[in-house]
Design a protein around this ligand. Structure first.
Ligand code: ADP
Ligand code: AMP
Length: 214
């Protein structure tokens, strides 16, 4: 099963993508996580990506597309994958479609996690991230067992720089300008499914499972 997660920043794409990956035994591929790992490791890609991410802007398509096209050809992705945070622009979607055509494959579902802007600032300001293993929490809706500590790996949790309120509004504007047109793109491709992302995270997951099948 080849799945794309669509939705505003903070809509819950990563939260649901991890659950999908666990249930259907496919890798969760998050471009945001890949960039953050590169920043942490001080790579050239990380240095370039950071300048855009810190400003709430998208990393240029040419740094993003090949990375994903390589990743989806790895062994663990042969039976499918869930892409989280990619594509984010029409050129990225076109690049993915063209690469998949060459590989004789296609996206089966693009799941739009629909959350209005008014809920997003609350979601993002409460998000806490583990930069070591990529786990995500929320101080109210998905709290870790011990405050400020990752349940999975014990690392200290952080408020991402780009989740600070001043950057969130900019990321929302970027989403509406550059990413929302993908809803139309994948509707035309006949694979778009929408779920109400304002519901409790288990309810959102049940709605997704009823689309993907047990
Ligand atoms: P995205 O990957 O779309 O940026 P996340 O999955 O990281 O979003 O979710 C953003 C924040 O909202 C996180 O702190 C997460 O724990 C929380 N969250 C995700 N889904 C829900 C939900 N259905 N209800 C309440 N909070 C949620
Ligand atoms: P995320 O973890 O998905 O919220 O992504 C965090 C940031 O990484 C975004 O605000 C962008 O700056 C960058 N990023 C992640 N994925 C992409 C992408 N597909 N295209 C461009 N920039 C991206």
């Amino acid at each position: 099963m080849r799945i794309i997660m669509l939705g505003a920043p903070g809509a819950g794409k990563g939260t649901q993508a991890k659950k999908i990956a666990g249930k259907y035994n496919i890798p969760h591929i998050s471009t945001g996580d890949i960039f953050r790992a590169n920043i942490k490791n001080g790579t050239e890609l990380g240095k370039k990506a950071k300048t855009y991410m810190d400003q709430g802007l998208l990393v240029p398509d040419e740094l993003t597309c090949d990375l994903v096209v390589d990743r989806i050809q790895q062994e663990d992705a042969q039976n499918g994958y869930v892409l989280d945070g990619f594509p984010r622009t029409i050129p990225q979607a076109e690049c993915l479609t063209a690469a998949l055509e060459k590989l004789g494959s296609k996206i089966d579902y693009a799941i739009d996690v629909d959350v209005p802007d008014s809920n997003i600032v609350n979601r993002m300001s409460g998000r806490r991230a583990c930069l070591k293993c990529g786990a995500t929490y929320h101080i109210v809706y998905a709290a870790p067992a011990k405050e400020g500590v990752c349940d999975t790996c014990g690392e200290a949790l952080v408020l991402r720089d780009d989740d600070k309120p001043e950057t969130v509004q900019k990321r929302l504007n970027v989403y509406h300008d550059q990413t929302q047109p993908l809803i139309d793109y994948y509707t035309k491709a006949g694979v778009l499914k929408s779920v109400d992302g304002t519901k409790d995270l288990e309810e959102v997951f049940q709605a997704i499972v009823s689309i993907l099948g047990e």
